[in-house]
Ligand binder design. Structure first.
Ligand code: ZN
Length: 106
């Protein structure tokens, strides 16, 4: 048994487990039944997604990586050259002054 990842986001863990199930990788969510009842009271413990066979760990990581947000490339923010406001990378125009961002002209 080997832990693939832990998270307090039960929806995410369930989604990841379904992905592993589809790929034929045997997995389970540790603390699934006890976390909300006991562990939070005694010692906060994040539930974790585990693979039963250590040999399948690498395949599980490779499968989940594209879905695991912290593993995605960091998206850079940019500062408006006109007014200096900080803008999310997906914005082409400054949210404050509507000037075109520098990255859009590249
Ligand atoms: Zn601006």
């Amino acid at each position: 048994m080997r832990e693939v990842l832990s998270s307090l986001d039960w929806t995410r863990l369930g989604f990841y487990k379904s992905l592993l199930d589809e790929a034929g990788i045997t997995s389970f969510i540790r603390n699934e039944h006890t976390a909300q009842l006991i562990n939070i009271l005694i010692a906060p413990c994040q539930p974790s997604l585990c693979v039963v066979n250590d040999d399948e760990y690498d395949a599980a990581i490779a499968l989940l990586r594209p879905h695991h947000d912290p593993m995605l490339p960091h998206i850079e923010e940019w500062n408006c050259a006109s007014c200096g406001e900080n803008n999310p990378a997906e914005f082409e125009l400054c949210w404050n002054c509507q000037k075109l961002g520098e990255q859009a002209s590249c």
